[in-house]
Every structure is written in C-alpha cells, then in structure tokens.
Design a protein around this ligand. Sequence first.
Ligand code: NAG
Length: 507
Amino acid sequence: MTYSAVLRPRWTIKYVLSAITVSYFAICFLFDMPFFSSALPAYTGEYNVGTIDIEVPVEKRNISETVFKHGGKPAFELETVLFSLFYPAVKDARSQKPKHLWFPKPIALQAEGYARLAKINNFFTNSLFTLGLWTLAGSTSIPAAVDVPIHGTMKTYQNYETEHPVDDYGLPEYPLIVFSHGFASSRTDYSQYCGELASRGYVVAAIEHRDGSGPGSVIMRPDGSTTNRFLITAGELDPTPETPALKVMQLAFRQAEIEETVRVLRQINEGIGNEVFKTNARKEGKDLAEWQGRLNMERVVVGGHSYGATGAMQVLKGGHTYERPFVGAVILDPGKSSGPLNEDIRVPTLIIQSNSWSKAHSIFYGRPHFDVVKDIARKILDESHIFAWFVTSKGTTHPSVTDAPLIEPLLLMWTTGSTIQVREGIYQYVKATADFMLYLKDGHRRGILSEEVTHPEYDHDIRNDARKASMPKDIDKYWQIHVAPTTGCAYPGLCGVEHDHAARPPW
Ligand SMILES: *[C@@H]1O[C@H](CO)[C@@H](O)[C@H](O)[C@H]1NC(C)=O
C-alpha cells in the first residue's frame, strides 16, 4: 500500500466526524464534564432561590406605526410584558412545579428565529456555536425553585438575621434589579447571574423583550391566545426603516417594557400581587399577595448586557422619574452596534466590559468604542460628581456573563477564546454587581470598587510594584480598572471615611 492510499480513505466525512466525536467525548471525560451539556450549578449565596414567570397585559399601544408588509399587522404593538423573577426564597421550600427549562418551549420557535437570523446577521455567522449550544441544551433546567414563597413572609417567618432594611412587620425589603438582555437572547440567558444575585438577597426581574431583537418569543394573553414574535428584519416592515431607525424603535419598545416591569413590581409591592397572579398568562405567582411591602422601591437598579446595556443607559436619560425610578446602573458590554449610547446619566454607574470587547479596537461613531465608554464614565464622575466605574473583566469574552459558557464550556472556549474558568467568570461579575448594590446601600466601597485606576487604557498598567503587591490577589487577577473615583471618599466630596476591604461576599 502506498502512503497516499493509507491517508486518502481516512479523510472522509465519516472519518472526520468520528474523530471529532471521539475527541469531544475524550475531553468531556478528561475534564469531568457531562457529555452534551453541563447542568447549571447551584447558587452559592446565603438564600435559596425562587423563580416566577410573569406575563401580564399592559395598556395596549403602538410604540411605532410601522406594520408588517405581510398581513399589515402592527410590528411594535405592546400588549403584554414578560419577565422572570429571581428572588430569595424560603429555606428548603419544595416546589410543586417542575423546574423551568433553560430553553423555553417550543424549541422550534427559536429554531426558526435562528434560521432567520442566519440570513441577515453577522453576529450569527460569528457565533455559530449558539446553534450547537441550543441543540445540545434542550433539557437543561434552571436550578431555582418554581413559585415558592419569598424568604421571610409572615407565613414562614422564622428568626433570622438580615442586612436589609425591614418593613413594619420586621420583614426584609429586597432591593431590585431590572435586567435587560442582549441581541438574539431571551430572559433565561442570564439565569446564573440573576440567580446568584437572588441568592445574595436581591430580587431580579429578567425581562424578555418582544422588540423583534430576540430569536423568538411567545406572547401569551390571559385568555390563553398566543402570538409568536420572531426576529424582525427591516425588509419585513412597511415603511422599511434604515437600520438606525429600526434600532430607535426597538429601544423605545424596550424602554416601554422596562417601565411596565417597574409598574408591575410596584403593584406587587403595594399588595395587589393576587391581581397580578390572576392575569398572569404564565399561571405562576400564587403567593404574590405575600410580597406586599417586600420590595425596596427606593433602591431599584437597571442593568443590561450588550443591546440591553444600551437600553439600560437610554432609560436613565433625563434622570429619575416615577416610571424609571432607577438609583443605579450596571452596564455590561454596552452595545457596539445597537445605536449611540446615552451620555446623560445621573446615577452611580458600574460599567463592566468583557476582555474581548475592551481589547478589540472597534470604531464607534467615528471614535474607538473603548474611548466612548470611558468618556461616559468620566463624565458621570467629573461633571455630575456621581460615582462611576469602568472596568474590564480579564480573560472573559462577550458571552461570559451569560449561561452559554456554563452549559457548553468547551464550545465557548474554542469559538470565542475565553480563557477564564467559566464559573469564576460569572462569579466575578456577580461579586462586582453585589459590591455595587452594597455601595448604593451604605456608601462603602468594597472589592474592586475600593480600588483606584490601575489601567487608564486597556492593558496599560500604571501600578508600581508596591501597589501591585498590596492589591488583593483576586482583583489583580481578574480586573483592569480604567475609571474609578479616587479612594478615601465614600461619597463624592465626603472624604476621610474609612473604606471597607473586609466586608466581602461569602465566596
Ligand atoms: C396599532 O396600529 C394598528 C394599525 O396599524 C391598529 O389597528 C391598532 O388598533 C393600533 N393599536 C392601538 C392599541 O392603538
């Protein structure tokens, strides 16, 4: 046999596929990972975590008059708002209901959405891994107990200690985070980040936007009727918008959904949770009446990732209102292609970029994206005299804060070049967010928030040896700090307050 005859039959499709399969299983085995997809890990904070899906009707309105060419139906008619609540739950509560699937049914709906996406969007071709991810992750469920009572209700009241302010009955009020997802995502895509925060004593409302930027979502009405909302492309619309105009409509739609989410949360806090339950097309929230007075409406923070970060920045424009009562913002990878970023921000803000986003030099409205983001943080700090941070999470990539890397760690490592341990990646985001929430509570700067600038530009380290040596190992290992207030001041202008390196979350 000649050399080539030995080689040639090997390079058949069959050979290549079996080689890939064998390697995949070998690697799973070596790294002790389940074949196909990883289960999501249990949350690590002090509280058990509950989750409730809420979809309730809103005052029906057209956010834009634009209609679909096919059929003439309005494309941006807001009918309902949908979000998943993640919250501190009573200890050891057993749910009567099965866990929520990470990939909500019907899978075919999202599959069609992705097929549409494949035709029009580069994001998809750059991120083919998502397809594999979703085909593999069909049975993954979210490890939060479905529809169990909130921690510390009158029914379940036990003696416990809490850091949170308490209501008239001595029950804790939990601060809120309203979270907006990125392009081609849904409410479940950040379940680990949201669930981890809930296990640390925060109520997180993860919205699912129906602005036509997600792959597919079912709009459910209380009467049981449904409409499928797919990804919307400009060509389907009449009049056909330019891309920037489409984004303006989508962001306006997202803003309306954020405001409606706040409205529903207020109702729950005002004690009419039972009405919310009755109109909830998702049929969850049987104990919502118990949530009266349990949400700290004075401490509502808006957060978002990518397109959602752009949306979160937009809703801060014009400052605090009844509809948008946000006292802080957590901005993760503010969109590179989701329209201009709002600079009118008057609340404490934490901007975290993934390593791959800070590292890549991309032009954003004529300037490097990094500089635009940095200037926004500086403007909040220097002009508004409000605390703002801009940091990079080392070793991470754009999807690191989503559940994707937890479910398919290898795929993500291969396709996006993420080098950080996946759980560690998410924990660092959770820790920074929790430190920020605590800063809003007491003005003390903890963790990365207690440090000054380390890298004014990406990878440009200005620390001397002494400072490097004195820095906590975790911060040195996982972060670059581009914008931060000078230390020694808890609140701007109020210097000399001791800062608190010691008080750190439990992990
Ligand atoms: C939205 O617009 C459509 C026509 O484009 C109209 O039929 C519908 O009544 C409008 N909805 C509301 C709530 O005004």
